[in-house]
Design a protein around this ligand. Structure first.
Ligand code: ASP
Length: 350
């Protein structure tokens, strides 16, 4: 009996354990999967439950072993960074995540990183990393809209595509990439646009950067805005990011939210204006008071596309950034300067 047990371990368990450890095939790109949770790591009690599930419920090792095909395309290392629904993502986690991404990419043996992430705040994490990662190597963020237990789960294909993209030299130097549903979008311009559908990530102003065609990344465009190695933002020595808040405009609004954020010591405000920068007269004074008091006010739009041009000169245009991305840039801008005109210039460059 004992002999059989030893034989079983030698034949079946040991080879698997060795292959799961570090046996990087020199011919394949070396890709690190950094898992943060989300629906791609989510489980439900049945295959048809697509909405009622627990996000961030399976480990990175389970994710990797459930898609054996991954090892055809890359030597993979998995690292569990955290395991949360992305609703729980915070600027403090962004700081730690960006440090870990920079550390991993500094290893000459690593070709690229895939970050698995919940889709709800994926675009914010992607844009943050786009501005603070110090490497040309591909950083690809993926996720899924259906949990891992779903019939026709989208996670496995998204993961395979993301790994192939992260290992592809053609993906270098393009900034952080978002890869789901066979599409490659840029971190700056892409946003989650639908609550339930797998084609949720869209770049409404400028379009996607490319497709994954039969598993091969094909690029058509690139962003002209500064990112990664071209970015001035340096987080060395920074332990917390400045508090920046967002106020959403609507017909009949008053200044309560703006005053409350001001009283709560906001360091900067993003205003999601009604159209291309407009707001009711009733909030004009509150916005201008903040700006005059040294709290930069960046005006974006609730429409989802287009450039915002604020009604009043001291306020800063978010350019085409949506409110949540404008907040990310304003937080980083405030780590460098409090000067309104310098911040205005940054919004024209990033
Ligand atoms: N609520 C989930 C999350 O953002 C949604 C998803 O991952 O698609 O973690």
């Amino acid at each position: 009996m004992r002999t059989y047990l030893i034989l079983f371990i030698l034949l079946f368990i040991l080879p698997f354990a060795v292959s799961a450890a570090d046996t990087h095939d020199g011919n394949l790109p070396h890709v690190v999967i950094l898992a943060t949770g989300g629906t791609i790591a989510g489980t439900a009690s049945s295959a048809t439950e697509l909405l009622n599930y627990k996000a961030g419920n399976i480990s990175v090792d389970q994710l990797i072993t459930s898609v054996p095909l991954l090892s055809t395309y890359a030597s993979i290392d998995g690292e569990q960074f955290c395991n949360i629904p992305s609703d729980e993502m915070t600027p403090a986690i962004w700081l730690n995540l960006s440090r870990r991404v920079n550390e991993i990419l500094a290893d000459p043996g690593v070709n690229g990183i895939v970050i698995t992430h919940g889709t709800d705040t994926l675009e914010e994490t992607a844009y943050f990393l786009n501005l603070v990662v110090r490497s040309e190597k591909p950083v690809v963020i993926t996720g899924s809209m259906r949990p891992a237990t779903a019939i026709s789960a989208d996670g496995p294909l998204n993961l395979v595509n993301a790994v192939r993209l992260a290992g592809d030299p053609g993906a270098k130097g393009r900034g952080v990439l978002i890869c789901l549903n066979n599409e490659i979008n840029g971190a700056r311009d892409s946003s989650k646009t639908m609550t339930e559908m797998v084609e949720t990530f869209r770049s409404p102003d400028f379009g996607l950067l490319g497709y994954i065609q039969d598993g091969k990344p094909v690029f058509y465009r690139e962003s002209t805005r500064l990112h990664t190695t071209g970015s001035e933002f340096n987080l060395a020595g920074i332990t917390t990011l400045p508090k920046v808040d967002i106020v959403y405009a609507y017909a009949g609004m008053d200044r309560t939210a703006i005053d409350a954020f001001s009283a709560n010591k906001t360091r900067g405000l993003v205003f999601a204006s009604l159209g291309n920068g407009g707001y009711p007269k009733v909030v004009q004074g509150a916005l201008l008071d903040l700006s005059a008091g040294g709290i930069p006010v960046v005006v974006s739009s609730r429409t989802g596309t287009g450039i915002s041009v604020p009604d009043d000169a001291p306020l800063i245009s978010a350019d085409t950034l949506n409110p949540q991305k404008a907040r990310v840039l304003l937080m980083l801008a405030l780590t460098r300067t409090g000067d309104n005109e310098t911040i205005r210039k940054m919004f024209g460059e990033y």
